[in-house]
Design a protein around this ligand. Sequence first.
Ligand code: SAH
Length: 509
Amino acid sequence: MFLTISTTGSPERPATDLGFLLHKHPGKAQSFSTSHGTAHVFYPEATAERCTAGLLLEVDPVALVRRGQGKGRGGTPDAALAQYVNDRPYAASSLLAVALSGVFRSALAGQCTARPELTDEVRPLRIEIPALPARGGADLVHRLFGPLGWESVTATPVPLDETFPGWGDSRYVRLVLEGELRLSDALRGLYVLLPVLDDAKHYWIASDEVDKLLRAGEGWLAEHPESGLITSRYLARHKRLTQNALERLELVRLAEADGSEVEEIDNAVDESRDTEEKPVPLAARRREAILAALRDAGAARVLDLGCGQGQLVQALLADPAYTEIVGVDVSVRALNVAAKRLRLERMGERQSSRVRLTQGSLAYTDKRLVGYDAAVLSEVIEHLDPERLPALEYAVFGSARPRTVLVTTPNVEYNVRWETLPAGHVRHGDHRFEWTRAEFRAWAGQVASRHGYTVAYVPVGDDDPEVGPPTQMAVFTQATGTQATGTRTTDTLATGTRTTDTPKEGEAA
Ligand code: SAH
């Protein structure tokens, strides 16, 4: 198993600084014993212009087998072990990642006692791994390394046998990564992604693996488009650990988005969907449900009210059926994150003419929001104080009056099913309330009747026979022939009477 790390430099900024960063002197070859064999570090070239460090891991198959048995796998090496021992000596894999973290521990952590100023430097880097087992092929390699900031990711399939090209390709690729990165970022990406690509189930997962993953994933994993797959594979598809890691990643995302202290666990994996390869977070299922309802409604011009970081706006943009998408949020910070996510600044004119992000509060009527086909309030109402809800109700249903309104909110009854949620806690530090199904329906039924809408309820996520689904969604549709109430009076807000075309509470329209 072999990996090289190269950099270029100049007399003022010599490439041999790599030696300081890796804590390994370019002038000598060194060997380290690891739990799986011996790791050798040496420099095939070391000049001010170019410097390359090589890490060669010599695997000791006997140590491996012994280790496997010692770890309590019932004493018998599993069937995959034969093959595993076979290809380990030359294929880079999770063992190489383990060696990497052992031999280059400080570099991975971004520490350099001799020259601390070097650790923050972005350098031209080239990393090559001649034989990398890649389950998922070159395409997955691109999807995994692409978002990490490398300018070029080259994954060339390695033929099964050079002399018999007809035999086709092996499951290995030759990987070359090139770009300007901080060395610690580059190494942390490799440390996580090598085992992910290897995807062998031979390593033993301890509960501190989640901590290791999150440490190595700091600053990139939460926002990585393949974070679900990476997490699941890294943790050898261990369901509980994967769920735990995804919950913690969602915390990271939220904290990054609004800088607040958050307790969100809402993006936890929905266990009802046992997709081994890629657990689907509840937030993604919510988006799917919203998109389906918008499609059913035939909406083309859509408001995303309380759009947050713009995930839904992004999904809507991907579908040309939506001709106008407006994201509204009270938080400028969230809107900035959304603008970055959508790459608004680099967007072509055609795309950018379809989308707009604007700051506004749903507690006030806003003329700009009048006349749309549909409005979505996804996980928004519970962020308002209950006293503010009538104002939101009027702004949306009384003033903006889109034909269709989708409202999602947590179902508090489901909270007992979240493993990591202490009893009696809400899912997010900023939730002002969380409703039972009955409470939500009571509110939605009254809103519908006061403003001339019918309402239907759609469960999102696993609809638990006892406690219901984790997310509840109300689909409001403007009842035909009903006029907008136009003026707001305390009377209609406070009491309101049910109109005949509004279904009874709990009844699906
Ligand atoms: N709709 C997104 C974000 C939900 S988080 C999603 O489903 O993921 C709730 C969002 O509502 C936050 O971005 C918050 O800034 C926004 N919000 C809270 N009160 C608001 C108000 N009065 N007006 C507009 N947005 C509000």
